[in-house]
Design a protein around this ligand. Structure first.
Ligand SMILES: [Zn+2]
Length: 375
């Protein structure tokens, strides 16, 4: 799938622009689409993205190059590209109100039941996380643009018109560490039918009802459950993975009779197979609080890798950074209570906290600690 990104606002910071290009290369290798039957006209752009009426020249980024163009020459580009993203101005006040907001993207459907040929993307340049964290890996921007363009294609933002994949929300009780229960709601993503089969296997939970969303807007995977998946609400600075769960969601994201997106499984498997967050955690993880999950798991399967969660009773488990000799014990001094994001944040209810490993490395090996020397 050939994606072009058009901007009337010039180039991004050099490193961001390079990562934007890298993300377009990734889409070119991983997504297959049919050519749109109805070409996009300049008039469609004027109508749907009115701020582009004022530009006479634009910057175009494709997977292979970057060039300035007269706006009127856009016609050819719109014919060649399978999908075109327009960078639009972001309201600085909105960025200021929400310092976590980095970018937003919205699909534009022109013909009902056909895949969107266009998207709008806005970027909060002032919230660039590099300003706070100069050592942040530039791969973060690669993940950011993949995440946003996936939204632009419709991930979490297209509504299932047939309602076939829609699932009602559920009420449940989140038990805190002090034993007090808090009523919560669970929401499920639309279009999760393909993803659900893989998700059940990943978490080892056959009775799983749906793929849990982050809040009632249902446009992201739940942060607490899916951790470092690319399509959770918050991106991890240490890397994010486009997993088979997101493959399933985006492939099922279509209205009308025909599937819009096909994923190149050979290309994507190297990345998707790396996804291990919550692997084999079971139904207790998906349906109860982290405190219940840890208690139950300690009894039933004491050797299960529950990282990034931890427990005072996990003294016999160790982890190690690959290629390093140093062992870390999952003991209570390495275990801290941390707020879990994603779960119920839209309600502004009581904050939920879970015991999690301090300074947990992105890549690690987890195993039973060796017996103490001489003993
Ligand atoms: Zn998002």
């Amino acid at each position: 799938m050939k994606i072009a990104v058009v901007s009337g606002y010039g180039s991004l910071e050099p490193e961001m622009q390079i990562q934007l290009q890298n993300s377009l290369k990734w889409f070119q290798s991983s997504f297959l689409v049919e050519k749109s039957k109805t070409p996009v006209e300049i008039q469609d752009i004027y109508q749907r993205i009115p701020e582009y009426q004022k530009f006479s020249s634009i910057l175009v980024q494709t997977p292979i190059h970057r060039q300035n163009m007269k706006f009127q020459d856009l016609k050819t580009l719109l014919e060649i590209a399978d999908f075109t993203v327009f960078v639009v101005a972001q309201d600085p006040k909105k960025c200021q109100r929400d310092p976590d907001l980095l970018a937003e993207a919205l699909p534009i459907v022109l013909v009902p039941d056909e895949r969107p040929p266009l998207a709008m993307m806005s970027i909060c340049l002032q919230n660039n996380p590099r300003h706070q964290n100069p050592s942040l890996d530039s791969r973060f921007f690669y993940d950011l643009f993949r995440h946003e363009i996936l939204h632009g294609l419709g991930y979490g933002l297209i509504i299932d018109k047939s309602s076939i994949t829609h699932k009602p929300s559920e009420k449940y009780i989140w038990n805190h560490s002090n034993g007090l229960g808090q009523p919560e709601n669970r929401h499920f993503l639309d279009f999760d039918t393909f993803a659900l089969e893989f998700t059940k296997k990943h978490f080892s939970c056959e009775k799983m009802k749906g793929v849990e969303a982050d809040g009632e807007r249902k446009n992201h995977l739940n942060e607490y459950i899916f951790g470092n998946e690319l399509m959770t609400t918050h991106l991890e600075a240490t890397g994010n993975i486009f997993s088979w769960i997101s493959v399933g969601i985006i492939e099922r994201t279509f209205n009308g009779p025909n599937q819009w997106y096909h994923i190149n499984r050979t290309f994507i498997s190297t990345e998707a197979d790396q996804y291990s967050y919550g692997k084999k955690f079971g139904c207790d993880f998906l349906q109860k609080s982290c405190h219940d999950f840890i208690k139950i798991t300690e009894k039933r399967s004491p050797t299960l890798n529950i990282a990034p969660f931890c427990s005072k009773n996990h003294n016999h488990m160790c982890y190690r950074i690959p290629s390093s000799e140093k062992l870390y014990k999952m003991s209570d001094k390495d275990c801290e209570m941390r707020r879990v994001i994603g779960a119920g944040i839209d309600k502004g209810g009581e904050q939920r906290r879970c015991p999690m490993i301090k300074h947990f490395p992105a890549k690690f090996e987890f195993f039973s600690c060796p017996p103490p020397p001489g003993g």
